[in-house]
Ligand binder design. Structure first.
Ligand code: BG6
Length: 594
């Protein structure tokens, strides 16, 4: 996944491009570049972070330009593979987010027609195709070029001597930012919020001509109108609000995220998703699909939905689901994805739609591709999540799953009423965990010395162990594994010892006694044992080397308070190890390639 930006207006483009690119670095940050129309097209690019490129690049005078921050797919991060890419004349510059699947064939064809290629990227074929088809109309040349291209793309085209930018999208996100005598094209909203809150979301197949005065969107050769949205997010929301890292800010936003989601749903007159069709269509089961942290939310969703709806739920990793060859009829699928752009989940959603299934997306980014594919989209109201490691979006996804299950629950009214009371108290309980941060910092200092850690849990907290381990892996580079506690005897026990701490999530539910037994067994094998347990749990205090306490909540809600404590633990452990918390190596906010 890369970040692309375009600017055309009355101001010098260079500094604006660099400023917007900085806000897109969470999308990919192994190299970057800009091109400015200054008479000809001036380009500066390299395998650098935007900050450094801004310092090193010569000054270009021009009021139109494009920029790119990269997450390499074809060709390693380098000066020649960085974007923008040019045609043979050096007059046509292109930035691209996506993958051109047939680029080898196109490159071969164009080379035989006399075009010279300098990079290993797929993207470089685009400016050469535009050059090939250019006969005075830039729009027509871009349309023709895109007819030859197979794959996903969001592109912006800058041509010397032209007072416009051309952009297009297919299976990659792209928005227009409307300004006063200036306009922006960007991969995502936070990039341009400092300049405008007026945004148009482009649809797949749209091609747009942008001048400093207006924008003209065409699709299949016909002019189309797209709705303008007023972005309610503040600039601050998209920025760190005084926290050292986006991740810590987003962890601390969770009480508000829970409250906002609850307010939105309790006010809703209609159920948030139409599951009534299940009964009418005789659908007996639900299928949940996701990747990464969203997959762990789906696993917890299984416990919630099966208990409240008494309907079997199958949970699948989207990347593996795409290899299954089973019949899919009579299934309602719930695709959970923060970004709404993860390639594996989009592919699975299309497969399900083609098989005639009803697909409901649970997404955080309004206007994302997943929301276009789905029959219905439930938006998690987590706001922009910048840090690569997902935190608040995970809790917002759980809120959606609680509400969905409660809306169609077969549980008795008293159980539901109790759950609703507990849900309303949840923001306060999460705040309690956040207020207890110092205790977690202490343990993080201890944990930061180890290279291998196990997380264990049972029942609804087994996926919490998986997510806790994923957080530690993602940002502290400690090798951590989450395990169903009952499974540890079948292998992981071999790795126990004084150099391998175990973090045990102990809930006061039907799994309690079995967890205490596990703790004793692990202690007997000399592994340092840290327990996450309810306040006032003397039995655990006695057994464990240290305990992080969380407020008492209904078991079904315990994943929320437990995961917030584990997010903080991972954060402070990574901080202790001096890791680049918001931009961990080799990871990206969402992976738009398979
Ligand atoms: C990874 C992110 O690339 O994608 C994770 O680093 C995320 O944080 C995963 O959980 C899935 O992304 P999404 O947007 O589909 O939920």
């Amino acid at each position: 996944m890369c970040g692309i930006i375009g600017y055309i207006g009355d101001k010098q483009a260079q500094s604006i491009l660099l400023d917007c690119l900085k806000k897109l670095e969470y999308r990919g940050y192994d190299s970057c570049g800009i091109a400015v129309a200054a008479g000809g097209v001036e380009v500066y690019k390299d395998a650098l972070r935007v900050e450094v490129l801004g310092k090193e690049s010569p000054r270009f005078d021009g009021m139109a330009g494009i920029g790119h921050t990269r997450w390499a797919t074809h060709g390693e991060p380098s000066q020649v593979n960085a974007h923008p890419h040019l045609d043979c004349t050096g007059r046509i510059a292109v930035v691209h987010n996506g993958v051109i699947n047939n680029f080898q064939a196109l490159k071969h064809q164009l080379t035989s027609e006399g075009h010279n290629f300098v990079s290993e990227t797929d993207t470089e074929v685009i400016p050469h195709l535009i050059e090939k088809y250019y006969d005075g109309s830039l729009e027509k040349a871009v349309e023709a070029a895109l007819r030859d291209v197979e794959g996903s793309y969001a592109i912006i085209v800058l041509v010397a001597g032209e007072t416009k930018l051309i952009a297009a999208r297919k299976d990659s996100p792209l928005i227009i930012g409307i300004g006063d005598r200036e306009n922006f094209i960007a991969s995502d909203v936070p990039a341009i919020l400092d300049y405008t809150g007026r945004v148009i979301y482009l649809e797949d197949g749209d091609i747009v001509v942008v001048t400093k005065h207006n924008t003209k969107i065409r699709r299949d050769g016909t002019e189309v109108n797209r709705e303008e949205h007023k972005i309610l997010w503040s600039v601050e929301e998209a920025q760190k609000s005084g926290y050292e890292h986006f991740m810590l800010k987003e962890i601390h936003e969770q009480p508000r995220v829970i409250r906002n989601t609850l307010v939105e749903y309790t006010r809703a007159t209609e159920p948030i998703a139409d599951l009534a069709v299940m009964r009418d269509a005789g659908i007996e089961s639900l299928l949940m699909l996701a990747c990464g942290t969203s997959y762990h939310a789906a696993l917890i969703g299984k416990y919630i939905v099966e208990e409240l709806l008494r309907t079997p739920v199958r949970v699948e990793l989207a990347s593996e689901f795409n290899y299954y060859s089973h019949t899919l009829a009579k299934t309602i699928a719930i695709a959970i994805t923060q970004s709404g752009e993860t390639a594996d989940i989009l592919k699975a959603m299309k497969k399900l739609k083609e098989a005639g299934c009803r697909v409901i997306a649970v997404a955080n980014v309004v206007g994302s591709t997943a929301s276009r594919i789905a029959n219905q989209t439930i938006y998690t109201r987590a706001g922009p999540e910048i840090s690569v490691a997902a935190t608040k979006s995970f809790v917002a996804q759980l809120m959606v799953l609680y509400w969905l299950a409660m809306s169609y629950s077969k549980a008795d009214a008293r159980r539901l009423a109790n759950l609703l009371v507990e849900l309303r108290q949840l923001p306060g309980k999460v705040q309690q965990v956040l207020d207890d941060e110092t205790k977690i910092m202490e343990y993080a200092r201890y944990l930061s010395k180890f290279d291998n850690v196990f997380y264990i849990g049972r029942g609804i907290n087994y996926p919490v162990a998986l997510e806790g381990a994923l957080k530690l892996k993602e940002i502290s580079y400690i090798h951590a594994e989450g395990y169903a506690a009952g499974e540890t005897k079948h292998g992981p026990f071999a790795l126990l010892g004084s150099d391998t701490p175990v973090i045990a999530i102990v809930a006061k539910d039907k799994t309690y006694e079995a967890m205490l037994t596990n703790i004793k067994e692990i202690k007997a094998r000399r592994s340092p044992l840290m327990a996450l347990a309810e306040e006032g749990d003397d039995a655990v205090e006695e057994l464990a080397d240290s305990v992080i306490t969380v407020p008492r909540v209904d078991t079904m809600l315990s994943p929320v308070v437990n995961i917030v404590a584990l997010q903080l633990l991972a954060y402070y452990t990574a901080k202790e190890r001096g890791c680049p918390i918001d931009f961990p190596r080799n990871l990206a906010k969402s992976v738009t390639v398979e």
